[in-house]
Design a protein around this ligand. Structure first.
Ligand code: TRP
Length: 372
């Protein structure tokens, strides 16, 4: 087994063993029983069916509450370090699915503070501007403005701060250092930051003046923050937030995670057809050196980033996906063909997204929450 990978909120490297992560973090697998239970609320989302959304904390508890008539709120967020890429959209689409199925209110945190603190090259103006650009991508996915509120930390801090303070008082430096791997060179803002990311989990409870369960859909890389939030919760009289984790969206390089810091291997929501074609054209597939070789020995869909894109988002039909997998393995379909098909799909998807993204500019204010 491979132990040489790292998954923290600020670093994802190595070949991730997702099963091992469940053990390391102490989360629960979304097993068949859980899938069956979830399917009673609405058709299972492809990410659940395919094991992309694969781990949780207290999901059974929050569903029990829901069944007993106690509604929960959703909370997720985005670190506005740059443009939105397809990997972000996928998790937000899943969040939208949860909102639709459970009729839940959503709080969406834009951590302009976080990306300022953790990135030497970004000013607060940069992260603020990114946050508003990213918000357009969220809104473009069709969230209901009556049930969805987006805020930037720096603009909603008066509301968040008292909650963050309560959390911060319960978290020692020693815990933060152990969980996040801080050392003496980290700036002191980054040490406090986790309490800001914890705060929205308790926001609805504070605003309502009574405990409201909260479910957080997030990448498994964010779990560390919420382990801290969950430990603090009972000490503060709140419910522990429940979590539902997804795997990282793969990079076109074949690696673990699509990353904004590698623009050539990342498809942004604002990319044009030419850029998309070029990026997918250069994508890692693991295919054989020649067409003859590949026809003979077949391709490697398990490591192919083009196949992973189909798997994560672009081929929702399980039958067609399986067919593609088999055809590749048998050498019946070659990489060029797959790249061409994926390019067409991504271009079509993003052209439509970009239209909605522009329309979102007018709706923006209906979603934004600020301190008065
Ligand atoms: N820290 C996250 C990031 O860098 C952003 C974030 C804030 C978040 N709150 C969240 C992500 C809640 C998931 C759930 O992307």
């Amino acid at each position: 087994m491979n132990n040489e990978f790292i998954v923290t909120p600020w670093e994802v490297t190595g070949e991730i063993d997702y099963d091992l992560l469940i053990e390391r973090f102490g989360t629960k697998r979304i097993d068949n029983e859980m899938l069956e239970r979830l399917s009673k609320y609405g058709d299972l989302h492809p990410m659940l069916r395919r094991g992309i959304t694969y781990s949780h904390r207290d999901l059974d508890w929050i569903l029990d509450k829901y069944d007993a008539g106690e509604k929960f709120v959703l909370y997720t967020g985005r670190g506005p370090s740059g443009n939105t890429h397809i990997g972000h959209l996928v998790t937000w689409m899943f969040t939208k699915y949860l909102q639709d199925v459970f009729g839940a209110k959503l709080y969406f945190q834009m951590t302009d503070d976080e990306k300022f603190l953790f990135n030497d090259n970004l000013t607060l103006e940069d992260t603020r501007r990114n946050a508003y650009e990213n918000a357009l991508d969220v809104i473009a996915l069709g969230f209901d403005p009556a049930k969805t509120k987006i805020f930037l930390d720096t603009e909603y801090i008066r509301t968040l701060y008292p909650i963050a303070l309560k959390v911060a008082k319960k978290v020692t430096f020693s815990t933060a250092r152990a969980v996040f791997g801080f050392d003496n060179s980290n700036n002191i803002g980054s040490i406090f930051y986790t309490s800001i990311q914890a705060a929205p989990a308790f926001l609805e409870s504070e605003l309502q003046g009574r405990n409201v369960p909260c479910l957080i859909p997030c990448g498994i890389d964010q779990d560390a923050h919420f382990r801290i939030a969950r430990d603090a919760a009972p000490l503060l009289g709140y419910y522990k937030p429940a979590l539902i984790h997804n795997k990282m969206f793969p990079s076109l390089m074949g690696g673990n995670k699509m990353s904004s810091s590698q623009p050539e291997t990342t498809i942004f929501t604002t990319d044009n057809a030419q850029a998309i074609k070029k990026k997918i054209g250069n994508a890692f597939t693991g295919g054989a050196v020649s067409a003859t070789e590949q026809r003979k020995h077949g391709g490697k869909p398990d490591v192919c980033s083009v196949f992973k894109y189909e798997y994560f988002l672009f081929e929702p039909d399980d039958k067609k996906l399986n067919h593609l997998y088999d055809a590749c393995k048998r050498g019946e379909i070659l990489c060029g063909e797959c790249k061409k098909r994926l390019t067409e799909r991504v271009v079509k998807f993003l052209e439509s997204h970009q239209k909605k993204r522009e329309q979102a500019r007018e709706k923006l204010e209906a979603f934004i929450l600020r301190d008065r």
